[in-house]
Design a binder for this molecule. Structure first.
Ligand code: UDP
Length: 140
């Protein structure tokens, strides 16, 4: 399996509780390298664009509200099979269903405030990385 990159967000519920370092420790322990990282405060428009695929869902308004309510940390993670590997470290969307030891099991508050985002496929990873990082900000 070749090196792959995925896009990650440490969400507002986690940055508020000062969990960035603990989440990064789980990312690194899983063999993923943080090759780009910055703290940003998303605007409502940026959050709407980022989650546009969910715009018709009943939770969309609350999701946009939560994502733009406090700073986030956006990241590019690199490693073998990085997209699936990070999804495994994140755990299920609903923290009650997440496996032991995953980020969401240990830190998420609920289904909406679930501490992290990770890309779900190579196409979305490439698109999300390009949305948040210039090429020279990624140092592999
Ligand atoms: N979400 C929510 N309620 C739901 C489903 C999703 O609030 O019933 C939020 C949650 O924050 C989730 C995000 O919308 O992380 C994106 O949903 P998706 O199904 O893509 O889950 P993910 O890929 O983040 O596990």
């Amino acid at each position: 399996m070749a090196l792959e990159r995925t896009f990650s967000i440490i969400k507002p519920d986690a940055t508020r509780r000062n969990l960035t370092g603990l989440i990064n420790a789980k990312i690194e322990a899983a063999g993923l390298r943080i090759v780009a990282q910055k703290r940003v405060h998303m605007t409502r428009a940026q959050a709407e664009t980022f989650y546009a695929v969910h715009s018709a869902r009943p939770f969309f308004g609350e999701l946009v509200e939560q994502m733009s309510a406090a700073p986030v940390v956006v990241q590019v993670l690199e490693g073998e099979d990085a997209i699936k590997r990070y999804r495994d470290v994140m755990g299920a969307t609903n923290p009650e269903k997440a496996d032991a030891g995953t980020i969401r099991k240990d830190y998420a508050l609920n289904m909406g405030e679930n501490s992290v985002h990770g890309s779900d496929a190579p196409e979305t990873a490439a698109q999300e990385i390009a949305q948040w990082f210039a090429g020279n900000e990624i140092v592999g």
